[in-house]
Design a protein around this ligand. Structure first.
Ligand code: G1P
Length: 291
């Protein structure tokens, strides 16, 4: 097993239909819907870059080509902004251009599940540990969630970020079984289960969408059968990998927003706008008068 200590690559699965936010996603990838003034996916890519990620593997699908364009140069636009000396917006726009050779796009041709999507990145990731960021979830905080995980990473281990969810919602997530009483920010686990029935869940600690995994997970995913919802689940492959490798869950500082749902999207827009000096005061006054 190769286990360098640096996490250089991240996989971001972006093939989903975005059915929970239809009709907005009928012809626009969900990942390009905006939170304040930038697409959802930009927040996730920025989180990856803050954590030191050098290469991002996007697992895309049909109808997602606009994501690839978003992370490339837009030569005419850039020239026009420069010619008009619109330096601030030019610089902001350039932040979305990923370095040459610093990203790859591969397609998940059929919606067979998150585990299958990650497996589609196997050849590009190769034999090194890697991060996974699910782009429905964006995290607001001082330090990015993935950076906090990288800081806790030990060579050869697997880490997943978890957070508490209301007990009645455990059937919407992957849920971990902690060993012991799950105190502290680094939690030992005895297992994990994808979308358990509410009365069978081993805890209310949900897998929130950030992972650091060892490449051996790919070999397991190749043989993982359908699980919850009839899909190939990453959680099932991780549960198997736990038999052979160290695995722990971490809590993190920050506020997560699930933009996979309409209400979550609206809340994310308000929360991130409130975090911006140019909007906070006016928005606060408006919300007070509106409600
Ligand atoms: C996926 C994962 C699940 C995780 C969730 C977080 O589920 O399979 O373990 O808790 O993301 O958002 P999905 O939301 O794709 O059904």
């Amino acid at each position: 097993m190769s286990s360098p200590s640096k996490i250089r690559k991240a996989v971001i699965p972006v093939a989903g239909f975005g059915t929970r936010v239809l009709p907005a996603t009928k012809s626009i990838p969900k990942e390009l819907l905006t939170v304040v003034d930038r697409p959802l996916i930009q927040y996730v890519v920025d989180e990856a870059r803050e954590a030191g990620i050098e290469h991002i593997v996007f697992v895309t699908g049909r109808g997602k080509g606009a994501i690839e364009d978003y992370f490339d140069h837009q030569v005419e636009l850039e020239s026009a902004l420069q010619a008009k000396n619109k330096t601030a917006i030019y610089n902001e726009t350039m932040q979305s251009v990923l370095p040459a050779g610093g990203c790859s796009f591969t397609r998940q041709q059929q919606p067979l599940g998150l585990g299958h999507a990650i497996w589609c990145a196997r050849d590009i990731v190769g034999d090194e540990p890697f991060a996974v960021l699910l782009p429905d979830v964006i995290v607001k905080g001082e330090k990015g969630c993935l950076k906090q995980m990288v800081d806790k990473y030990e060579a050869g281990a697997n880490i997943i970020a978890v957070e508490e969810v209301p007990h009645e919602d455990v059937n919407k997530y992957g849920i971990i079984a902690p060993k012991g009483d799950a105190t502290g920010s680094k939690i030992e686990m005895s297992g994990m289960v994808e979308k358990p029935d509410v009365d069978k869940a081993p805890s209310n600690l949900s897998i929130m969408g950030r992972y650091i995994l060892q490449p051996e997970v790919f070999g397991i995913l190749a043989n993982t059968g359908k699980g919850a919802g009839g899909e190939i689940q990453l959680t099932d492959a991780m549960a198997e990998l736990m038999n052979d490798q160290p695995f722990f869950a971490v809590t993190y500082e920050g506020e997560s927003h699930d933009c996979g749902s309409k209400l979550g999207f609206v809340k994310a827009n308000i929360a991130f706008a409130m975090g911006r000096d140019e909007f906070a005061s006016d928005l606060k006054d408006w919300i007070k008068s509106y409600v």
